[in-house]
Design a protein around this ligand. Sequence first.
Ligand SMILES: [Zn+2]
Ligand SMILES: [Zn+2]
Length: 383
Amino acid sequence: MTTKRDYYEILGIQKNASPEDVKKAYRSMALKFHPDRVSSGEKKEAEEKFKEISEAYAVLVDPQKRKLYDAYGHAGIDSRFSEQDIFRGADFSNIFEDLGFGSIFDNFFQDIGFDFFGGSTRKGGRSRRAHRGRDLEVRVDLSLEEVAEGVEKTVSFNKSEICKSCKGSGQASGSKKITCPVCKGSGVIYSSAGFIRMGQTCLECKGQGQIITKPCPNCRGDGLERGKKTLTVKIPVGIRSGSSLRVRGEGDESQGGSGDLYVTVRVKSHSVFRREENNLIHETTISLVSAVLGAELEVPTLGGKVKMNIPAGTQSGTVFRLKGKGITDIHTQKKGDEFIKVDVEIPKKLSSKEKALFEELAKLRGQSASSQSFTDKIKNAFK
Ligand SMILES: [Zn+2]
Ligand SMILES: [Zn+2]
């Protein structure tokens, strides 16, 4: 086992580097170590280097992953993300388009066995091994209550499955596999343009080097068929909107293994609460009298209504905290709080009796009850 180097050190940046600095550092290093820009003798080492800086970039450019890395180091990343997941979400294509080698980059990553768009994962050279099935994604909508309590959701989706008629072989009964007559079994067709020889995957056998004499009528030789799958997924308490749960092996099936299913969660907006981190925010108004004299207020929580005391003299905009009435953190299990923001409602219209009382109050507090209109006041001021 090799020990991993510090991501900041790899990119040669400070711990407080801005996302722009991270990008800049990565861009200039990628130019240096891009395997297509070094001599063939240095290729292997450049590939390793390129992989290392790309991983450092993928983590440090993603705020959530960076936070985990800052707090727990490599363990924080490696315990939560697979190699593919580390790269998922980091946008490389932009950077490489700037440098003018977008497509070269894709090929390179596939060659070293990475594929962060979820398709095949190849290890070592151009093997003829069948690719792993694609990863799939389904979306579920949750209410805030479901997030707070945890819930099981049933999802349905279409996926490719190993053909039941031929069990994935692609062959009808009595069929044989013979060497592909077009490519003579190599799986590649070469063509020459000047002194450059180019290899292309043989279309006849799709690079397999062999063809089937009698294809299975159900799957036409693919060995795969479309199917519908229904699955119940346990959604953990505290999940954030936009995050995904991975269900291993529930993606497309293929002769090379199954892809994964990603269940992406979207939390619907709530009529009464707003979520910030693991806290809930509720805004309400109280009457002027309640603010001045104090009152008992009934406020909503996710567990039902509770009574809260508003002290006399409460100012508009005061925020009260209900400890532990927020959302449980998905990782630490610590509970967030609920915050009640109270605005004081100033009456816009008063009855004559109310008006008299306010004027009385004004006198009591040594202010003249303003019978003067605003325009009169302005006029007096400029006399
Ligand atoms: Zn079949
Ligand atoms: Zn062929």
